[in-house]
Design a protein around this ligand. Sequence first.
Ligand SMILES: Cc1ncc(C[n+]2csc(CCOP(=O)(O)OP(=O)(O)O)c2C)c(N)n1
Ligand SMILES: [Mg+2]
Length: 577
Amino acid sequence: MGKAKEVSGAQALVDSLAKAGTEVLFGYPGGAVLDIFNCLTDAPFQFVLGRHEQGSVHMADGYARASGKPGVCLVTSGPGATNTITGLATANMDGVPIICITGQVPLSQIGTDAFQEADMVGISRAVSKHNFLVHSADELPETVAEAFYIATHGKPGPVVIDIPKNVQKAMTSATYPERVSLRAYHPECSASQGEVQKLAKLINDADRPLIYAGGGVIASGAAKDVAALARKAEIPVATTLMGLGSFDEHDPLALGLAGMHGSWAANLSFHEADFILALGVRFSDRVTGKLSEYARHAKIAHVDVDASSIGKNVPTFLGIQADVKDLLRVVDSRVHAAKHGAWLAKIAEWKRKRPVAYKPMHEKVIMPQSVIEAIDRATEGEALLVTDVGQHQMWAAQFFRHNQPRHFLSSGGMGTMGYGIPAAIGAALANTGDPVVAVCGDGGAQMTFEELVVAVEHKLPVTFVVVNNSCLGMVRQWQELFYGKNYSGSILSVKGRAANERLDQDLKYDYLPDFVKLAEAHGAVARRVIDPAKLDSVISEAIRSRKTNLVEVIVEPRANVYPMQPGGQPIGSMIFE
Ligand SMILES: Cc1ncc(C[n+]2csc(CCOP(=O)(O)OP(=O)(O)O)c2C)c(N)n1
Ligand SMILES: [Mg+2]
């Protein structure tokens, strides 16, 4: 074998990213990564220039969630690197594979308070799955291979590669390794025969079984296997926010979202089940409510690739560290076909008695929930729905009939406002074929609005729907319910502030900024809807146009997300209106 040609560290990085399968690189330049940018012009992948590093990481995140492949981004040192932290934390909480490359000052200057020096290894430690500081150009190809391996094996997550400038300039002939073998990380796992047998027995013995499906089902590609098990053994399925789309909500066995804004039927099912099969979940407090009251009558079997999440929040009867898909495939032959008529009848009764529903508050004012229903109708449920964070996010979870994995992208664990616009751009660049619709609040949209121009520039057929209630709705809701209607700091515009005083009286309110003008200034096609009768046509025209569109929908500001199970409270405390 001849000696490989010498290239710069920067070129070795770009070559390694290509070898690792990178198709799109998101990022933003600066002094500490100029050597790398210099090599991008000839790179075999696309580069997408964001407008803020947080936006670039959320784009990589949206790309990863939509495609199932790691998202890759590149930023400079110092402020470029620190601007990625929210994006990394968001991906880390939700188990999204990202490779984040940051520039660093030359090795010899580390620790000298050099210009744009930030200790990225230290700062990113708590918000990434792993990080590397690369000491020599010879290490680069191997480090990239290891980073991709770590990001995608076991519970996925973001990995940071911090590369000092002198390392980018140094020459190397190191080549991309064929295989990765890590001394200290062996996430491969499989269930033992005994565990499989025990699990099958629990499933077969249960009278009131429940599947609780989370993001791990989607990450492992196990949606079809969950559906097969649910149908064979007649087990209803409740999902977490991250698990939406892992089970088709048109199926009568679907309970939809569980937890704080989950359905009454889903939450009561947890309370009355005698067996819960938890698949790829982490028992978030948003789902469990008061732990001592949670699922009191159920034996819990918990399957997760991440051993550290088993038994962390909830005691489990049987914990199995395994990939959900692999496990369901081996357990299948031991599970008997079953009927649970009485249990399903009970659940159907709960669904009938307390459906997730809303009532119009004023005939001339659009209810925010109906915006989501309009998107569902316009796309016949085929949209790749991306949300920001707040009330509109919960309505998107509740009123869209989720039916496919990787079609609901939302910041669950971190609840990061500003996620929606850039994540939708990343999802559109993953080009899955389905229309991408981003649902944002007027608050969150203002956090990363600058990224809209990226969608315009790349001619992405994304429809950005701004659900404008002139307030930080979710905060306003909590203030209404738990803080004596003291709407402190939750009304968004000066004009809106006057509306605040009238919030409970009439509906004459104003809104700022003008999202239509703002979108047009960014080059997008934009329309505003106020009249409920026009909602459907405007939404469907926007989606059908295949252009970058923004639709600002002026909605009822007093609407609340119900049902609601207040944090830390037991099931009986759910409120419905
Ligand atoms: C970065 C960030 N800051 C603050 C919050 C707290 N927070 C959660 S929801 C919310 C209100 C969101 O308002 P808006 O975007 O208008 O959506 P709405 O609730 O009105 O639908 C706030 C401030 C957050 N989740 N993320
Ligand atoms: Mg709002």
